[in-house]
Structures are given as structure tokens and as C-alpha cells.
Write a protein that binds this ligand. Structure first.
Ligand SMILES: Cc1cc2nc3c(=O)[nH]c(=O)nc-3n(C[C@H](O)[C@H](O)[C@H](O)COP(=O)(O)OP(=O)(O)OC[C@H]3O[C@@H](n4cnc5c(N)ncnc54)[C@H](O)[C@@H]3O)c2cc1C
Length: 481
């Protein structure tokens, strides 16, 4: 008979590995089963985030940003460069090294915290048991636990009529491993992933066209920021076509010289169109991954979107079985996944932890970055709540001018009567770092006045948050230029 653990975690992404480590630190006997493999085909902990998501995409964004700066921006600073070139295989090798380092860091943390790690696929069995099929082959094992945490994450969503072949038509993972910048790159989906990957290859020289079925650009973001971002990204050269529904994609020879590529047909309000690309990325979102879990055999309830159904504490319909991260409702974000994992294991250990779903930051790592927390103005208008708004443009901020990055703004939304912060929206370089202040403020139930009275270093981009909070009360102090 197998070992009986206090907790089996199924999945070693940011939801699962963080939960496993925290649970072990709380004194629980923990096993984590993860079926992820790295680009070398070997087991690799860290899930989508570490292997084909947050980290590799940010590594490529950083490299491509350096290249772009050298080519397009340094001359404004009086810096002369020679012939600037990009070595794509070297860039990809750097990305792979970062991924390997972080994934092996998770293995080290597992060993240090005595989490028993299984490299294999897990399948739920009745009676709080999990069957493990090792990735390396060999006999199947059954382990048992008092609690089970499902953290099996998500998979790229595909479109039936646009099958991927892994070379010409790829998903987001494939777009992290191109060996050269495609001459003409098509991206289906102008959401977060499409924009980030489109930006990478555009900076490296690809002509990029994004085909987005929705008429609205970034509908989850604040309207004013989405409008500014659309203009700025179009100015940078991204060709974003809204209301464009892709009808088919045919892989074959394209152009006069008959190179390998794909012919895409799409439809918009003006009719049907055909366009050729050297590569095509399908980035139409992600779907919860319950593949191979055998949810029916154990009676695990899914919702209408295929997510594992959970309550606010991530309890499923089955006693002592929990689910967290991308496989459940809510934003598909690594930090949300980790917080849910921590909540579950702390509650198993008797603590009263909860996740504040109203204070989860969102970030799009374009240039400039876009970040927000809390409600958008559109949501506040729809809720008929009495709110006030303060906006401060980057062009009036001394640090932004010194950096030469003046496109963007910070917007603060607060309750008109109580002054409580309701949302903060930023479009600026490093908005991903700037938003942390707003998240903390919202976590503490701060008011716009709290932001006004917080001393911000001068000159800094975060002064725009201070100024926007003042502007919400009509008290902009001009700029310190
Ligand atoms: C290109 C890209 C960029 C992204 N950038 C960001 C970003 O900048 N910031 C951000 O917050 N989020 C980002 N995300 C989203 C983020 O990666 C996910 O929200 C996050 O990884 C979810 O964590 P998770 O642990 O729930 O699932 P995952 O990370 O998907 O991990 C699930 C793990 O479970 C394993 N597994 C699945 N089924 C089984 C099974 N039956 N048995 C054993 N193991 C199993 C999988 O192999 C995987 O290792 C990005 C995603 C992509 C694709």
C-alpha cells in the first residue's frame, strides 16, 4: 500500500509548487505530482509560468527592448552605436538558461522543504487516491492523502479551423522559440499574450499584424488607457485589426518566391480579406486543463466553462479536495494562482486566510507597460457608484521626460463620498512595479488622500500616482519639471 500524505498537490506551476512549499513549512507531509517538461524534454517544475509563460516571455521582451533601444533610441541620448544586430539563437539560449535556473530552483526548494516530488501524470481515483504515471515510464504508483489540491493549470485555446503545425502555425509556446524573426508575422488575438509576443518579434524586425475578433481593444483595461495604448502601439508599427474574424488558415507556399508560409482569410465589417504570413501565432486565450484527471470517475463538478467548480475558499464539490489557479474561475494570472494555493493550505492548517479578489494587479508588459488594480471607470459607471477621477499624464512628469518616455498616464478612481480608492490604472515604463503601491493601498483600504499625503521620491514615475490622486480632488500641483 502506498504512502498516505497530508496533502497531494497535482501540478507544479505557481499555484501548485507555492502551495506545496507553504504546506510543508506548516508541517504537513506533502507530495507534488507534476507532468511538465522543459524545452529539453526533461521534467521541469514551474508550470506554464516558468516554462512557457511569464518568465520566458519577459526574458524575450527584455532582450528585444534592448535591441530596439540600441537601434532607435540611443541616438537621442547622444550615444552612437555601430551596426546593431540581433542573434536570435543567443537570445533564445539566454531565455532557456533563465527558465532552467528558476525551474531547478523550485526542485531545490522542494528538497529543502521535504516536499516529495513525482515527475509524472496524476489521475484522481475514488477514495482520496491519486494514480501516478511516471514521465520516465516504469510502473504506475498509487498514493493517498487526507487532502488533495488540484493545480493543473491551463492549456492554449485552439481554433478548430486554424490547426497548429508547430512550425508555421504555432501557439504561444511556439512563438517563444522562433529561430529567427519571421518576415511577416500574423497573430490571432490582440489580448495580453498576443500583444506581448507581437511586440517581441516586431522589435526584432518582423512586420506584425494582429487579427482581433472583438471590436473593442483591451476590453478589461480602463477605456482611456486602452485608447492611448491602441494609438501608441499602432504608432510603433503594430498593425492591429479589430473586428477581424479569422475564417481559415492554409499552410503552403506564399509570395512570389514561394517561401513556406500560411494564407489566412478573415472577415470584418468591410467584407472578406486574404493575407499571407511567414508564421502565424494563435493567441486566443487559454482553457482550464482537466485533461487526464478523470473528473467523472470521482464526481468532480466542472462549471459551464470547463473550470473546476469552487467556492470562495477554492473548495470543490468533493470533501477535502480543493482546486486553485488557472484551472478554476477568475483571472489566469500567476500571482492569483499562488495566493489561492497559499490560502488553501493555510486553511487546511487551521488558519483563516482568504484571498482579496478585489486587489489583484493586472499587467501587460508592452512598451510602455499597462497595469491596473480595482475597478475601471466603465465598471463604476455601470454600477452607478458616485466616484471621482484624477488623471496625470506622463508628459508632465520630470522623470518620464528625462527617460524620453512620455506616452502614458496614471488614473486614480475613488469613491466621491468616502474617498476610498476604487481603482488605479497606469500606462508607463515599469507600470508593473508602480502598481504595487496602489495594490498595497487598496489592500489597506486607503483613500485618495492617503496617496496624496504619501511622500513620493522626486523625480520618479510614481509621482504620477501622487499627482493623479491630487487631481481627483482638483488639486494638481502642476509638475516639478
Ligand atoms: C505566454 C504567456 C505569458 C504569460 N505571462 C504572464 C505574466 O506575465 N504574469 C502572470 O501573472 N501570468 C502570466 N501568464 C499566465 C500564467 O502563466 C498562468 O496564470 C499560471 O502559470 C497559472 O499557474 P497554475 O499553477 O494554475 O498552472 P500552470 O502554470 O499551467 O501549471 C500547471 C502544471 O500542472 C501540470 N499538470 C497538468 N495536469 C497534470 C496532471 N494530470 N498530472 C500532473 N501534472 C499535471 C502541468 O504540466 C503544469 O506543470 C502567462 C501565460 C502565457 C502562456
Amino acid at each position: 500500500m502506498a504512502d498516505v500524505f497530508d496533502l497531494i498537490v497535482l501540478g507544479g506551476g505557481p499555484a501548485g509548487y507555492v502551495a506545496a512549499i507553504r504546506a510543508a513549512q506548516l508541517g504537513l507531509g506533502v507530495a507534488c505530482i507534476d507532468g511538465g517538461v522543459g524545452s529539453d524534454g526533461k521534467p521541469s517544475l514551474g508550470g506554464t509560468c516558468l516554462n512557457v509563460g511569464c518568465i520566458p516571455s519577459k526574458a524575450l521582451l527584455e532582450s528585444s527592448e534592448h535591441f530596439h533601444r540600441c537601434k532607435a533610441e540611443l541616438k537621442d541620448h547622444g550615444v552612437t552605436t555601430g551596426d546593431v544586430r540581433i542573434d536570435v539563437p543567443a537570445m533564445i539560449a539566454r531565455k532557456n538558461k533563465i527558465v532552467r535556473g528558476l525551474a531547478s530552483g523550485v526542485s531545490t526548494l522542494f528538497a529543502k522543504n521535504k516536499v516529495v516530488s513525482f515527475a509524472g501524470k496524476g489521475r484522481l481515483l475514488p477514495g482520496m487516491r491519486v494514480e501516478v504515471s511516471p514521465l520516465a515510464g516504469g510502473p504506475v504508483e498509487t498514493i493517498e492523502a487526507k487532502n488533495i489540491l488540484i493545480a493543473t493549470g491551463s492549456l492554449p485555446r485552439d481554433i478548430d479551423h486554424v490547426p497548429t503545425d508547430g512550425t508555421i502555425v504555432v501557439d504561444s509556446s511556439g512563438a517563444l522559440d522562433f529561430t529567427a524573426a519571421p518576415e511577416k508575422l500574423g497573430v490571432i488575438g490582440a489580448g495580453v499574450i498576443g500583444l506581448e509576443l507581437g511586440s517581441v518579434w516586431h522589435r526584432l524586425g518582423s512586420q506584425v499584424v494582429l487579427l482581433e475578433a472583438m471590436e473593442t481593444f483591451l476590453p478589461g483595461a480602463d477605456e482611456q488607457i486602452a485608447d492611448t495604448a491602441f494609438k501608441e502601439m499602432s504608432r510603433q508599427g503594430l498593425d492591429i485589426r479589430l473586428g477581424a474574424r479569422v475564417l481559415s488558415a492554409k499552410i503552403g507556399k506564399i509570395g512570389k518566391d514561394g517561401k513556406d508560409g500560411v494564407q489566412v482569410s478573415y472577415e470584418n465589417s468591410e467584407g472578406k480579406h486574404s493575407i499571407e504570413f511567414s508564421k502565424l501565432v494563435v493567441a486566443v486565450g487559454r482553457k482550464p486543463n482537466t485533461q487526464g484527471l478523470d473528473v467523472n470517475e470521482v464526481g468532480l463538478l466542472l462549471d459551464e466553462r470547463g473550470n473546476v467548480h469552487v467556492d470562495e475558499f477554492c473548495k470543490t464539490n468533493l470533501p477535502n479536495i480543493y482546486a486553485v489557479g488557472d484551472v478554476v474561475r477568475g483571472p489566469m494570472l500567476a500571482h492569483k494562482a499562488s495566493e489561492e494555493g497559499i490560502m488553501v493550505v493555510e486553511r487546511i492548517a487551521g488558519e483563516q486566510t482568504r484571498v482579496n479578489y478585489d486587489a489583484i494587479p493586472w499587467v501587460i508588459y508592452t512598451s510602455p507597460e499597462i497595469a491596473w488594480v480595482g475597478k475601471t471607470e466603465r465598471q463604476l459607471r455601470a454600477s452607478a457608484r458616485d466616484y471621482k477621477v484624477g488623471v496625470f499624464p506622463l508628459s508632465a512628469n520630470g522623470r518620464a521626460r528625462a527617460m524620453g518616455h512620455t506616452v502614458g498616464l496614471t488614473k486614480v478612481l475613488a469613491d466621491k463620498k468616502s474617498d476610498r480608492l476604487l481603482g488605479v490604472h497606469i500606462m508607463a515604463p515599469m507600470a508593473s512595479e508602480m502598481i504595487a503601491e496602489a495594490v498595497l493601498a487598496m489592500e489597506f483600504g486607503a483613500s485618495a488622500e492617503d496617496l496624496q499625503r504619501t511622500i513620493h521620491a522626486h523625480p520618479s514615475l510614481s509621482e504620477t500616482t501622487h499627482e493623479a490622486a491630487l487631481a481627483a480632488d482638483g488639486r494638481t500641483l502642476n509638475f516639478h519639471g
